[in-house]
Design a protein around this ligand. Structure first.
Ligand code: GDP
Ligand code: MN
Length: 390
């Protein structure tokens, strides 16, 4: 997440460092030479090609790899093999390292933080920079926020050159680097805009000992809802690195977001889903997820939704709130029965069906050992009580 801005991000796809940097390079941002390896042998060979001194970097979709020991500098190809072996055996924040990036090591003089993200409150993209870049940037943002510079970008005008120079001046960048910095800034802006990104981040952007600017790290988040127009990006999505429930939900066209509560919610329509969650909270419960099965969901989709909800061990009760319009209640009921057959849930389930074919739906569920409810309030109360074991 972009730690420097507290506004919420939507659903998005995370790109690996090497993927992000490849995009940056296309937009003229200087990056180190390097390639990805899946074994120590490959890492060694790449290190040899690059002349020995390399940095071995775990490719996992979480931040703070450096602090976790997932980024290490090797003096020669043999050491590169050794370090790659070590890092490939690591798990970082619960994610196994499957690949490492082997990059030509940079001699660092200074580390800068530089990113573009959406500022939802301002309804504009914002460019964020700090002269105190590197692994402690979150600490800097928390304790010395005056060291974080923000400049909003008008989405219609785009990034103006004077804005880049303003930033360069604010972070005390040496004048002889301003021109290169401006190029990097406009490259980052174009990359951000062209890919429908929610975040494009370089941390650190370094000044090297020989006084050049290089993007050593890269991170991009791409808006999920824009992926349909970026098939090339959708294709490089690393589903191995995502929560399985989210991958599964996407496969069935379900809008699903996992939350921390214990009441699973299965609802049709985003508005009704939000209302159901609010009412669950009103009666003292906490939703385990947001889930919109969408209009016209058939039995197969409902069954997938139920599997996803029940795969969360926190779930102590499930609330079904279905408003039958295009979605037929009897279809949903069949989906529930199919899923129950398959997953044999051992948590109480509260169901409220109204609208198209509700009666038939209820009749189908008569023998399914479910708690039925007439109104949404009634259903929420019953689900909250059931989750508490009452
Ligand atoms: P992160 O911890 O996941 O953000 O990974 P980074 O790629 O940002 O690396 C963390 C830190 O490792 C950087 O802030 C640098 O201080 C250091 N580092 C990364 N690449 C190099 C390199 O090529 N040479 C040197 N000397 N240090 C590096
Ligand atoms: Mn970094």
């Amino acid at each position: 997440m972009p730690v420097l801005l507290k506004s919420k991000q939507g659903k998005n796809m995370k790109l690996h460092e090497y993927q992000s940097k490849t995009i940056f390079a296309k937009y003229g941002i200087p990056i180190p030479k390097g390639r990805v390896a899946a074994t120590a042998d490959e890492a060694k060979q790449i290190a040899e090609e690059l002349g020995g001194r390399v940095v071995i970097k775990s490719q996992v979709l979480v931040g703070g790899r450096g602090k976790a020991g997932g980024v290490k500098v090797a003096k020669n190809a043999d050491e590169a093999a050794e370090l790659a072996q070590q890092i490939l055996a690591m798990e970082i924040k619960g994610l196994p390292v499957r690949k490492v990036l082997v990059d030509e090591a940079a001699a660092i003089e200074h580390e800068i933080y530089f990113s573009i993200t959406n500022d939802r409150a301002a309804k504009k993209p914002v460019m964020i920079a700090s002269s105190a870049g590197g692994v402690d940037i979150e600490e800097v943002a928390a304790t010395t926020p005056e060291k974080i510079i923000k400049v909003h970008i008008d989405p219609l005008l785009g990034l103006r050159d004077y804005q880049s120079r303003d930033i360069a001046a604010s972070i005390d960048l040496p004048r002889e680097l301003w021109r290169d910095f401006s190029r990097i800034a406009s490259g980052l802006w174009q990359a951000y805009r062209d890919t429908d990104a929610e975040l494009a981040e370089i941390n650190p952007l370094v000044i090297t000992k020989d006084n050049k600017l290089v993007a050593l790290d890269g991170k991009m988040l791409i808006d999920d809802n824009a992926l349909f127009r970026h098939p090339d990006l959708a294709e490089i999505r690393d589903v191995d690195e995502e929560a399985p429930a989210e991958t599964e939900a996407r496969r069935y066209g379900l809008s699903f977001i996992k939350l921390d509560g214990n009441i699973g919610c299965m609802v049709n329509g985003a508005g009704l889903a939000m209302t159901s969650m609010d009412i669950v909270k009103l009666f003292g419960g906490e939703p385990a997820n947001f889930l919109d099965i969408g209009g016209g969901a058939g039995a197969e989709k409902v069954a997938a939704a139920m599997r996803i909800i029940l795969s969360d061990p926190n779930v102590k009760a499930v609330l079904f709130n279905i408003f039958g319009g295009i979605t037929r209640c009897d279809e949903v009921a069949r989906g529930i029965l199919t899923a129950m057959d398959e997953v044999k849930p051992n948590v109480p389930m509260v169901v409220r069906l109204v609208g198209t074919n509700a009666e038939e739906g209820r009749r189908l569920l008569d023998n399914a050992n479910m708690i039925t409810a007439e109104t949404l309030a009634d259903a929420a109360k019953k689900a909250v009580a059931a989750a508490k074991g009452n």
